[in-house]
Design a protein around this ligand. Structure first.
Ligand code: FAD
Ligand code: PHB
Length: 399
């Protein structure tokens, strides 16, 4: 088998890359270890930045999102029993976020690829990548009982944090930057109408809580928990009681409902530099992970593949390798801004066991500041709705 770009992973990064390449007249094959049903039902991110929304619309895969997505102009912060709203729309001159499940984006992208005849091979196994520093890198894999080889001009490693592409790069080539946090999130999806029209981020002495949603009938909620927490220790009644306590403000009640799904997610910051080795390009979670507090992971994956698709289109249309060679240095400044923002939101909103009363007071002061100073609120808002897709520091210096 032969293709121009072999893409490992049918998450948002791999599928959107394949779609953007198709629009640029470039062939690709997407290889995925899970089934179509599995990736279409995997509940993960829910907040799309304005730039992500614009790209999905401009590339022709935004119709259902425009119909069903919930456009939010603000978020709420709750702390010390109070509630404050940040008007994202006003603070960013008319930008907003759209609440639309990642699995819905994945469904829309798979449908678009299949209509266009784009091959996606699901349920493959034993994937390995070879010849990354040659002109014809290959991907070997097993489909049913047959071992197959896909010869490519380029490989895109879009196989997430636990994939095979990044570990296939020789040791010592990449620099890893990492931070693990001493807590995790217990997340639930509940059949209950949202108890608020906007997302609520809550800082409480018992720990962080987040109220989000997927539709007018489905709520998505998270609780800070121990990193090694067992789901078995959290019967439904305990989850609802804890959410109710941490999100409480006078006069507000949390609507409960049957819990449809639950899971525990670790909190980690991680970046590799560079995001390229020879003709293997890493994109999305394969190259970087952010703690979910900033709602940035999916959006970063979209920004990476936007840049990678542009570079590949330039290569195939003019034989120029400049943009491909500059892939990492173009992506990384924005990746680090998202890392900084996600780390900052995480640090402001979670209880750290060893922080003591001093850290708690500083966190409360920070929350007071961010909800009372226009400058601080603007800094949060412009990062939350998302920096421009090709953000570079030199493009917007202050002085
Ligand atoms: P993935 O979605 O992980 O896709 C990788 C794909 O590769 C998968 O389908 C996997 O099955 C496949 N794969 C793995 N190994 C192989 C292999 N060897 N061969 C072939 N295929 C392979 N981000 C936001 O922007 N906003 C949010 O609100 C947000 N909330 C989140 C909440 C939670 C609870 C979690 C867990 C994450 C959240 N994120 C959020 C992060 C976001 O979900 C990820 O950043 C996003 O999924 C990254 O997309 P990706 O395509 O790079 O990787
Ligand atoms: C979600 O809706 O899943 C969600 C929202 C905001 C976050 C993280 C996750 O920061």
């Amino acid at each position: 088998m032969r293709t121009q770009v072999g893409i490992v992973g049918a998450g948002p990064a791999g599928l959107l890359l394949s779609h953007l390449l198709h629009l640029g007249g470039i062939e690709s094959v997407v290889l995925e270890i899970k089934s179509r049903d599995y990736v279409e039902k995997r509940i993960r991110a829910g907040v799309l930045e304005q730039g992500t929304v614009n790209l999905l619309i401009e590339s022709g895969v935004g119709r259902r999102m425009q119909r069903e997505g919930l456009v939010h102009h603000g978020i709420q912060l709750r702390f010390a029993g109070r509630h404050r709203r940040l008007d994202l729309f006003q603070l960013t001159n008319g930008r907003a976020i759209t609440v639309y499940g990642q699995h819905e984006v994945v469904k829309d992208l798979i449908a678009a690829r299949l209509v266009a005849g784009g091959p996606i091979l699901f349920e493959i196994a034993d994937v390995s990548v070879h010849g990354m520093t040659t002109a014809t890198p290959t991907i070997r894999f097993r489909k049913d009982k047959e071992v197959l080889e896909l010869t490519c001009d380029f490989i895109a490693g879009c196989d997430g944090f636990h994939g095979v592409c990044r570990p296939s790069i020789p040791k010592g080539t990449l620099t890893l930057y990492e931070r693990n946090y001493p807590f995790a999130w217990l997340g639930i999806l509940a059949e209950a109408p949202p108890s608020s029209e906007e997302l609520i981020y809550a800082y409480h002495e018992r720990g962080f809580a987040l109220h989000s949603m997927r539709s007018h009938a489905i709520t998505r909620l998270y609780l800070q928990c121990e990193p090694d927490e067992e789901l078995a220790n959290w019967p439904d009644a305990r989850i609802w009681a804890e959410l109710g306590t941490r999100l409480a403000v006078p006069g507000w009640t949390l609507t409960e409902g049957p819990i449809l799904q639950r899971g525990i997610t670790g909190m980690r910051s991680f970046v590799v530099e560079p995001m390229q080795y020879g003709r293997l390009f890493l994109a999305g979670d394969a190259a970087h992970i952010v703690p979910a507090t900033g709602a940035k992971g999916l959006n970063l994956a979209v920004a990476d593949v936007h840049i990678l698709a542009r570079a590949l289109v330039e290569f195939y249309s003019s034989d120029k390798v400049d943009l491909l060679d500059r892939y990492s240095e173009t992506c990384l400044p924005r990746v680090w801004q998202a890392q900084r923002f996600s780390w900052w939101m995480t640090s402001m909103l979670h209880r750290f066991g060893d922080g003591g009363a001093f850290q708690q007071r500083v966190q409360l002061a920070e929350l007071e500041y961010v909800t009372s100073s226009r400058a601080a609120a603007t800094a949060l808002a412009e990062n939350y709705v998302g920096l421009p897709l090709g953000w570079l520091p030199e493009a917007s210096p202050l002085g």
